[in-house]
Structures are given as structure tokens and as C-alpha cells.
Design a protein around this ligand. Structure first.
Ligand code: GBH
Length: 543
């Protein structure tokens, strides 16, 4: 315990227990280290926690094994065949917005490489491929006044090639590349966007829907609303009304999603027999100090303001009470006449609630939360009232925000099950980045996939979370938004110094295709397992 520390007196405490020297009873309180040391003694060392032990077993027979990309990150062809400009074209062509002033003018040139892309998908053995459609490639000014058939044709060729390879397309309608023409009239802030998004969805369903069974309306509304319109670190790069604009944008995103879902449900579902949902992203959050109630509360707020912002209206109806109460109280305390969080009418709540066929979920990392009081500041972080850090023992990635913390995946999957009524879940993104020198032997990525996918298996087998599919982000190195080409998430390396932009398998390709081939993690004790015999080296190499 803390005690008289010689020349330092009672100022310096070496104790496992804190002693209150101002109190005549000298009460002792255990510090975190006391709990930690207790555990070391109890375990007589450092056994692998159950949580970190590999579980053997398999996913559902019809499990969807997929990998993902997004149009602006891979397509290039930014002005090809009559394509209109997107907000990302404009953002990336604005100096200093994107690292190294990188842009997606050419990217991975996927617009001209359907065959190459499908070849590497076949090599991976995925059953599904998740990609997005560039709205301005199909509708140059964002409206159906003019349909760019040449642009639409690219998606026909891609879908046909996928089906010929027995790979099911999983299409995202909106992965952040809004037509600039729509931004010019207010973009997601202007509620006329809802009808425009529905019309765009209508066109895509009518043209591609007979070939496509899996749909996502909008990817990561959180990023669009908060990173794009609050922090301004993503297109359209607006940061001057952080207290109101993210919430207005979020409101319109939810309504637009719901209209596209209802359109599919009412007009296309019976004939096309597909499923459609929204993809919501979120970190998991733990208290920085698990023994401190303030930290436990802060962690709950982080989760409720992240996944809950969009999942609560879609799965439970309306924003959570926590968000409504906190934002209203903070708005009124600052002298505003009403909450900065817009209100849904009862009809709108009903219209949005239930607009899902599955929970599309993107997940990468976990954070540790603690309370932060921002006083009267009016913005998302202040409303959330929490700061976040990472545990120093978690491995790094190539992205500052992404630390390797597999245990959080199982916890947030369980949270989804409990909080949102046990929905079917399709994991629509998960993966990790590198930066710096190229090393095709990407052992960190293999480690990440193995540990994270094993946590998914635990959620499925041990906790009965209804997990239907898993999608690795990303198929190949691509334009990582504001950090340009410097952060690489790919299973395949794209050699940017060769004008042919060849795709080259990293070592993680063998790992992921083996997990797919085995549909999970077979028990070595029950072996030998045919599925583990990985593909011979020569056929793995990409010519
Ligand atoms: C996804 O976003 C995207 O869907 C995908 O396109 C992207 O390439 C991939 O993941 C990898 O990033 O430092 O405050 O700006 C990931 C979720 C959440 C990651 C916000 C970046 C930035 C936090 N994103 N985060 S901040």
C-alpha cells in the first residue's frame, strides 16, 4: 500500500492500494494494479485467456464469404464515357484535402479491368463480391433526366462476369461518391435528396435487379454525416456547423434509406427475390477503467452515439432515448429553443422502423472510453461527452484509428443481437491496413483475419448470434479516402509503379481462401482435413 516514501513523504505512492492519509482511519482502496496482481497470483502466471483461445468449428453451410471494394476507391475512369463528377472527384482535386494530393482519377483502373478483378476473386474462392455503383457514372447530374448507358454498361459487364464465375454480386448503391451536381444544391442537407436517391435506386433495381439478389442502400451513414459534414475530413468536407449539420444529414440519410427499402419491398421484391438493407459501422467501446462507473457510462455513450445513431431508428424505431435526451438538454442549456437533433414524426418513425432484411455491419476496432466535459461546446463529440484511447498492448495497423483488438468484435456482435432483436447479420466489412514499405508476406493481416474471424465463429457457435456472412475489406489496395494510397487494406497488392496496375496476391490471400475453403476452422484432432491443403503456389501467383 502507499506509505511514507522517505524524502518524498506521502507524495509518492508505490502501493497496490491507495491510502487516504487525510482520513484518520487511513482507509485502503485497491488500485487497478491490485486487481491485476490478484489475477496473476490466482492464475500463477499468464495463461491464455479463454477469450483468446482458438475455437474450432464451422459456419452455416450457406455462409456468404465475400470481399469488398467501393467505386471511387478502385474504378478510376473519372471522366470516361460521360461520367459526371462526384464530391470525391472535387474533394481530391482540392489541394491538401487528400494525403500526398492522391486522387481516384485512375485508382486501380477497375473500370477497364473487369476480367482481372474477377480473376482474383476466383483465386480467393469467395462466394460473393461486394462493390458499389458510382451514382454520377450512371446519372451524371444525379437525376434520371439523363441516363449514361455507357457507365451503366460497366456494371452489366461486371455483374455478368461475376455470375459466369458463380460469384454473387452484393451491390452498395451509395458508398460516398455523391454526384457533385447534387452537392451544388445542398447534397444530403437538402431533403429533396430523398426522392433523388429513390429514383436512382429505382433505375438500378429496374436495370440490374433481375441479376442481383443482395443489396445495400447506404454504406456507413455515420461517416457521411459526421466525418463528411462534422469533422470535414471526408467529402464534401464541411466542418463549420458541427453542432447541427451532421444530425440533419443523418436524418435525411435515414429517410432516403427507408424510401429505397420500401421501393424494393413494394415494387421489386416479389419478382426479384433479393434482400436489401443498410450497412452501419461501429467500433466497440470498453471503459478505460472497468472499475469506474463514469468510464462505464462513457463507453455506453460511445456505442449508443455510434452504432445506435442509425441502428436504433432502423431496428427499434426513432433515435435512442439517450441521444434524444442528451442532445436536447445540451441544446437548451446553450440557449437554443429546441434540440439540435431533428425529430421524426410518428409516421416517419413507423416508416423507417423495420426497413431491413439483415443487419449490414462494418467493424474494425475497439476503443477505451472515459468521460470528457466539453462545457457549452455544441458538436457531436461534446454531445457524446467521451474521449477514447487505445490499450497500449493492442497491435498497431497502418491506420492511426485501427488497433488490433479481436475480442471487441464478439462483444459488439452480441450487443447487436441483444439491442436490435437478434437480426440476421452480414458482416459487410472487416480488415486491416499497412503503410510503409511493401511486404507481400503480410503476416499482420493474416493474424488479424484469423483472430477476428475466429471471434465471429465464437459469436455464432457459442453465443447464437445469427451471422450469415463475412466480407473482407478489401479485395485490393486502393484509394483509402483522405489518406490516399498510403494506407493499404488489400488482400492483393496493386503495383502502382507499373502502368498495367497488376494485382499481386499477398500471403493473406492463401490464409483467407483456406478459411473459406474449410468454411471455418476445422479441429486438427479430427484431421487430416482436405480443405487445409492450400492451393499450389504456382496457381496462386497472378500473371
Ligand atoms: C470503411 O470505413 C469504409 O467503408 C471503406 O471505404 C474504407 O476504405 C474502410 O472502412 C477502411 O477505412 O480519425 O476521426 O477521422 C471505416 C470506418 C470510421 C474509418 C472513421 C476511419 C476515421 C476516424 N471509418 N475513421 S478519424
Amino acid at each position: 500500500m502507499d506509505s511514507f516514501e522517505w524524502l518524498s513523504g506521502y507524495k509518492v505512492g508505490f502501493g497496490l492500494h491507495h491510502v487516504d492519509f487525510t482520513n484518520p482511519n487511513r482507509p485502503r482502496t485497491p488500485k487497478y494494479s491490485a486487481h491485476f496482481f490478484y489475477q496473476v497470483i490466482k492464475d500463477n502466471g499468464f495463461p491464455t485467456p479463454d477469450d483468446e483461445k482458438q475455437l474450432y468449428g464451422h459456419f452455416r453451410k450457406d455462409f456468404m464469404w465475400s470481399t469488398a471494394t467501393a467505386s471511387y476507391q478502385i474504378e478510376g475512369g473519372w471522366r470516361a464515357d460521360g461520367k459526371g463528377l462526384s464530391i470525391w472527384d472535387k474533394f481530391a482535386h482540392t489541394p491538401l484535402r487528400v494525403y500526398n494530393d492522391d486522387n481516384g482519377d485512375i485508382a486501380c483502373d477497375s473500370y477497364n479491368k473487369v476480367e482481372e478483378d474477377v480473376a482474383i476473386l476466383k483465386q480467393l474462392k469467395v462466394t460473393h463480391y461486394r462493390f458499389s455503383i458510382s451514382w454520377p457514372r450512371v446519372l451524371p447530374d444525379g437525376t434520371t433526366k439523363h441516363i449514361n448507358e455507357a457507365g451503366l454498361n460497366y456494371y452489366h459487364r461486371l455483374v455478368d462476369a461475376l455470375l459466369a464465375a458463380n460469384i454473387q454480386p452484393h451491390i452498395t448503391l451509395y458508398h460516398w461518391d455523391l454526384p457533385q451536381a447534387l452537392q451544388d444544391v445542398g447534397g444530403w442537407e437538402n431533403e429533396t435528396i430523398i426522392v433523388k436517391f429513390r429514383d436512382y435506386a429505382d433505375l438500378i433495381f429496374s436495370r440490374l435487379g433481375h441479376k442481383v439478389k443482395f443489396w445495400i442502400t447506404i454504406n456507413e451513414p455515420y461517416n457521411i454525416a459526421n466525418i463528411g459534414h462534422g469533422y470535414g475530413a471526408a467529402a464534401p468536407g464541411i466542418s463549420f456547423r458541427p453542432g447541427t449539420l451532421p444530425y440533419i444529414v443523418g436524418h435525411n440519410l435515414l429517410k432516403a434509406h427507408a424510401e429505397a427499402w420500401h421501393l424494393y419491398n413494394d415494387t421489386y421484391r416479389a419478382k426479384q427475390k433479393g434482400i436489401i438493407s443498410i450497412t452501419i459501422n461501429s467500433d466497440w467501446s470498453e471503459p478505460r477503467n472497468p472499475y469506474k462507473q463514469e468510464d462505464i457510462d462513457a463507453a455506453r455513450r460511445v456505442v449508443q452515439f455510434y452504432i445506435g445513431w442509425f441502428a436504433h431508428p432502423v431496428f427499434n424505431g426513432d433515435y435512442s432515448n439517450m441521444m434524444k435526451t442528451i442532445i436536447r438538454e445540451r441544446s437548451l442549456a446553450a440557449g437554443l429553443s429546441k434540440s439540435r437533433l431533428p425529430e421524426f414524426t410518428p409516421e416517419e418513425i413507423k416508416r423507417i422502423k423495420g426497413t431491413y432484411d439483415y443487419f449490414g455491419f462494418n467493424h474494425y476496432t475497439t476503443v477505451l472510453a472515459f468521460p470528457v466535459n466539453y462545457g457549452n461546446l455544441q458538436h457531436y463529440d461534446a454531445d457524446r461527452g467521451a474521449g477514447t484511447i487505445a490499450d497500449r498492448t493492442w497491435l498497431d495497423s497502418g491506420s492511426s484509428w485501427l488497433k488490433v483488438s479481436p475480442f471487441g468484435f464478439r462483444r459488439i456482435l452480441n450487443f447487436i443481437k441483444k439491442e436490435y432483436g437478434n437480426p440476421r447479420i452480414i458482416i459487410t466489412e472487416n480488415g486491416m491496413s499497412e503503410r510503409g514499405p511493401i511486404d507481400l508476406n503480410d503476416i499482420h493481416r493474416s493474424y488479424y483475419y484469423e483472430k477476428y474471424i475466429n471471434q465471429v465463429l465464437k459469436a455464432y457457435l457459442l453465443d447464437n448470434v445469427d451471422i450469415r456472412g463475412y466480407t473482407a475489406w478489401s479485395l485490393m489496395d486502393n484509394l483509402e479516402w483522405a489518406t490516399g494510397f498510403s494506407e493499404r487494406f488489400g488482400l492483393f497488392y496493386v503495383n502502382r509503379s507499373d502502368p498495367k496496375l497488376p494485382r499481386v496476391a499477398k500471403t493473406s490471400v492463401a490464409l483467407y481462401s483456406t478459411i473459406i475453403n474449410c468454411n471455418g476452422f476445422p479441429d486438427p484432432a479430427m484431421g487430416p482435413h482436405e480443405c487445409l491443403n492450400s492451393v499450389p503456389e504456382r496457381t496462386l501467383m497472378n500473371s
